[in-house]
Design a protein around this ligand. Sequence first.
Ligand code: AMP
Ligand code: MG
Length: 403
Amino acid sequence: MTNYEQARRMVIEKVAPVGVERVLLLEAAGRVLAEEYVAPKDMPRWDNSAMDGFAVRSADCAPGTVLKVTDYIPAGVSSEDAVTPGCAARIMTGAPIPPGADAVVPIEETENTAETVKLLQQVKKHDHIRFQGEDVRSGEAIMARGTVIGAPQVSLLASFSTVLVPVYRKVRVAILSTGDELVEVGTEPKESQIVNSNTLALATAIKLCGAEPVILGIARDDRDSHRALLAEGLKADVLITSAGVSAGDRDLVREVLAELGVVEQFWKPGIKPGGPTAFGMKGNVPVFSLPGNPVSTMITFEEFARPAILRMMGHEKVFRRTVRGVLKEGARKKAGKVNFLRVHVAIEAGRYIASTSGDQNTGILKTMLRCNALAILPAEATEFAAGAEVDLHLLDPTLEMEV
Ligand code: AMP
Ligand code: MG
């Protein structure tokens, strides 16, 4: 394994779900079920009609038979009166099957008046009956721990009238930008000042993981400012910093984190962009020190922080889907580091075709806009001909949808 692969593995091995809470079904969308769900009852709870029609005794029912209609059972009503030989009960979808009946004849397969019903077709025992427990049995382990909650899961829980569902707690992710050159969004930067775009970009990426960003603001390039804000950040579940992580004399993040008791696990995981990325742990709190260049910040968040955050919220699938695809244009790089190529992937004749999403210079932010995948160029390779096969990390889960 390369440094990069080891680093990615290490990050998710160091973290674990942060806790469990019970939330209302309305709050459960996209969360991860923290306990196996065992059905408390049979579903359906009683034998019921699958059609609007007539509850009958199948033994009475040769085609052409005329039965007397003796009862009416709309949805929401149950009848104690047995269907007797020669008789039928008018019944609506969902209503309980009355005693004596063993089949339902859909209204479309009859000629009927208020008093009688003529059967036009053969009727078999159990036709159009939904049986108690045929969907889910009481005691059945119907959803495993780790299930991501979507509309079908909520539908099932709601059908059992379950109000609260145990899910993994949302992870609180503290974000700290560092640098004397930074001013906050909305301010007019003087020459040499840079607008702090990373904080909001990271907050957005964190929200899209289903986690909760905690914005700490900007640390200035001095130890006191770093110490105060990093210490604050270590109270969250995860701490992410931007910039100040290279080897410059103003790059204080790693040093001050070490003073605060963060044990560094790796620095410089052999990648480009994102070279100086560092990762440490303090107790259960992972700390991602990402480079300040906005492109590098986003790519390293994507590759290292996102999988960790997802794991901490109970997700089992934490990496983006990786597929093999082909490069539309050739590429070259230096040996030694894994390179992330920002690409736009389209599916053509069943193959993933990756074309560059723009200038690959890390200073070019615009190239991120059309980027829906990262092409992973292996560390030791240097030349990629047009048509070369590479791994693609698909960033866009809708990539395979029709428009
Ligand atoms: P550094 O990692 O401190 O060397 O910063 C690398 C580059 O990223 C510099 O051009 C910074 O001005 C820029 N940068 C650092 N922090 C941010 C930020 N929060 N938002 C936008 N750009 C930043
Ligand atoms: Mg700096």
